[in-house]
Design a protein around this ligand. Sequence first.
Ligand SMILES: *Cc1c(COP(=O)(O)O)cnc(C)c1O
Length: 207
Amino acid sequence: MLAVSKTFEADAVRQAYAAGQQAFGENYVQEGVEKVEQVRALGACPHIVWHCIGPLQSNKTRLVAEHFDWVQSIDRLKIAQRLNEQRPAQLPPLQVCIQVNVDGGANKSGVAAGDALELAQAMAALPRLRLRGLMAIPEPAPDFETQRALFLRAKALFDELRAHGLDLDTLSLGMSDDLEAAVAAGSTMVRVGRAVFGHRERKVAAA
Ligand SMILES: *Cc1c(COP(=O)(O)O)cnc(C)c1O
């Protein structure tokens, strides 16, 4: 489970870590980078792992490459290439997932399913990135079976990429409202915010 700590303070992260949670996700680069540094300064979370899960613009890639352990929201090669170039030499390779648009909505983030293999093969060749799998955020659906059917599209694509020889182990599907359906479809990582930290009082900060 990835605990999504956006809008919550560093102290909430520290408390969740003390309860046994090690992986945390942030959506907004500026907020996430500040929190990574605040939590590091607390000195109480030595094995914490930070995931960037939000939309990523080119001008923010350096901050992300320097502060995060994972990026799940890559949907174009240019972003992957910049992260590869900007990952500091003293850090291990950045663990990355490709975000896929399984609904086909034109305005949504994520690469189209039909373009995912080409992107994955190009990313797998970048030495400072380690391609781990796929992430998807389907539109909210009213019932379990509809949710599961959308998640199964991502699972089918994941299996297809693996059949092409890509060494993937992470299928990041499911949030507070649909995590059961995601797990039923084969998710290996659910990203849970409100069901861990409670209702988000303030709107998320601007990207
Ligand atoms: C906010 C967010 C989550 C967590 O959502 P909840 O509904 O609070 O569980 C998961 N993934 C992404 C990409 C998010 O932006």
